[in-house]
Ligand binder design. Structure first.
Ligand SMILES: [Zn+2]
Ligand SMILES: [Zn+2]
Length: 162
């Protein structure tokens, strides 16, 4: 579980220390990789991700920190070779305010977890509220301190960190 939506909490330029601050309210704008936008979760300001640093032109602006989108991507990479008992690849679901905008979407995602349609759910803390399947062997709570690997996943241990 990770209490950060989006791919990364902020974009950052290593050359001039530019950060993707929100012009209207000065909170950090969150990098959403799916639709290549920077979004402010405070005032809702949304803009396209710049191709280069707006301050110095450096094309290498980097995502800083981890959001749920990035965790999902890393899990996909990590679990690429992990197979379910029936031989199909493990499936990952993501639950956060972005994937549960529609009414009932959260329940749907949770139901997929219950029924085994989704093997791993990545989610922000909102998951914990609706979560009643903590006993599911495939549930991997995100812990920033724990260490584990694909091997421990195969043993169905409940930890994941990167
Ligand atoms: Zn803002
Ligand atoms: Zn810069």
């Amino acid at each position: 579980m990770l209490n950060r939506r989006g791919f990364a909490p902020v974009l950052f330029c290593a050359d001039c220390n530019w950060k993707s601050d929100c012009p209207p309210c000065s909170a950090h704008q969150v990098f959403h990789k799916g639709d290549r936008t920077l979004r402010c979760h405070h005032c809702g300001d949304t803009r396209r991700v710049p191709h280069a640093c707006p301050a110095c032109g450096n094309p290498d602006i980097l995502p800083l920190g981890k959001g749920t989108e990035q965790l999902e991507e890393e899990l996909e990479r990590l679990l690429r070779n992990v197979q379910r008992p029936d031989g199909r690849p493990a499936r990952i679901g993501r639950i956060d305010a972005d994937t549960t905008k529609h009414k009932g979407a959260l329940e749907e995602q949770l139901a997929l977890g219950h029924s085994g349609e989704v093997d791993v759910l990545v989610g922000t803390q909102m998951v914990a509220k609706g979560m009643t399947f903590a006993a599911s062997p495939w549930w991997l709570p995100y812990s920033p301190t724990a260490r584990c690997s694909a091997a421990t996943f195969a043993r169905q241990s409940a930890c994941f960190a990167c």
